[in-house]
Ligand binder design. Structure first.
Ligand SMILES: Cc1cc2nc3c(=O)[nH]c(=O)nc-3n(C[C@H](O)[C@H](O)[C@H](O)COP(=O)(O)OP(=O)(O)OC[C@H]3O[C@@H](n4cnc5c(N)ncnc54)[C@H](O)[C@@H]3O)c2cc1C
Length: 289
């Protein structure tokens, strides 16, 4: 339970963090809330020689509304998301998902940027940001780039973020009238991580027809994914229970399900369709109300 020894640097700006990353290359790791990295280091599953603590960089924590987007700093904790008035009024699903992550200590220290960068297959936020169609900002010595969330999660604990980049912000839409989003998870009984979690965002027109749908799934497979067949099963249809049920049945199609002591592949696939049905039903109710 004791990590290998490492050098510790506290970065005072994103530029300083980036320059430390360049200086130390693959030996270095960013430290944010530490609630994923430190447990891995204690188990010696991660043995970075250098930790670059970004936890106190000014301006990286908090939520701002800019036009019809919410700009979330990478260091924003789950507790901040859960209690942010801008999140509650503009994108309640983020507060809902944050409030059921881990325990109070995890919610006070864990950050949304850490969660997305780490890409744990059982973490909640990947499903939510996929459903919302988020865009991410990453900074390196070469400048800034924007990453579409659809191109971010690529494998177990792997993303398209480069080792010399710092994730600095996450942009999500303010949900407009006629659009609703919801998250439903089957939590692990001890850790509260998602055995399966599904987030849904649907838009309906005046006649109740679904004009667009995005479904994000986490916990089920090596990395979070969009359930595109379910999205197709909703779009252009009236969101009654039969349509939602039929579409939800396809949320695990063509995806290799994980299997562990908590849930077999078959059970996970079943949970995916149940969580999808619940999330879509609630998102549709919110869209209509
Ligand atoms: C007991 C327990 C229960 C938990 N339950 C849940 C749960 O129910 N749901 C859930 O989703 N999560 C859960 N977690 C995980 C927790 O939410 C993590 O804190 C979070 O996923 C990672 O955020 P962090 O700020 O702690 O990141 P860190 O641990 O500091 O970093 C994680 C990884 O991301 C990299 N990184 C961090 N920030 C950046 C950045 N801005 N730019 C580039 N790279 C970066 C680090 O280098 C590291 O590789 C739990 C953790 C614990 C210990």
């Amino acid at each position: 339970m004791i990590p290998e020894s490492f050098e510790y640097f506290r970065a005072h700006s994103v530029q300083e963090a980036v320059s430390l990353l360049n200086q130390h290359g693959d030996n270095a790791k960013i430290l944010a809330g530490g609630h994923s990295l430190i447990p891995l280091m204690k188990l010696r599953l991660a043995t970075p020689k250098v930790l670059i603590d970004i936890g106190k960089i000014p301006g990286l924590a908090g939520v701002k509304r800019q036009g019809n987007e919410l700009v979330i700093g990478a260091l924003t904790t789950y507790y901040m998301l859960e209690t942010s008035p801008d999140i509650k009024s503009g994108c309640q699903v983020i507060a809902d998902a944050s409030s059921i992550i881990g325990d109070m200590q995890v919610r006070n220290k864990g950050t949304i940027g850490g969660s997305l960068s780490h890409a744990d297959p059982a973490s909640d936020m990947p499903a939510v940001v996929l459903a919302l169609g988020a865009t991410l900002k990453a900074v390196s010595s070469g400048g800034e780039r924007t990453i579409n969330i659809d191109n971010f999660f690529v494998d177990l604990l792997a993303t398209t973020l480069k080792s010399n980049e710092v994730l600095t912000e996450i942009r999500v839409p303010v949900l407009s009238k006629g659009t609703g989003a919801a998250y439903s998870k089957y939590p692990h009984p001890a850790s509260r991580y998602a055995v399966v979690g599904v987030a849904a965002m649907v838009a309906v027109d005046g006649s109740g027809t679904c004009t667009s749908a995005r479904i994000g799934v986490t916990g089920a497979s090596a990395y979070a994914y969009r359930a595109t067949k379910t999205e197709q099963g909703l779009t252009g249809k009236s969101l009654d229970q039969a349509t939602i049920q039929a579409a939800a049945e396809h949320a695990a199609d063509n995806v290799d399900m994980l299997s562990d002591l908590t849930a077999s592949e078959e059970y996970r696939a079943h949970l995916v369709s149940v969580m999808a049905r619940r999330a879509i039903t609630e998102a549709a109710r919110r869209a209509r109300s």
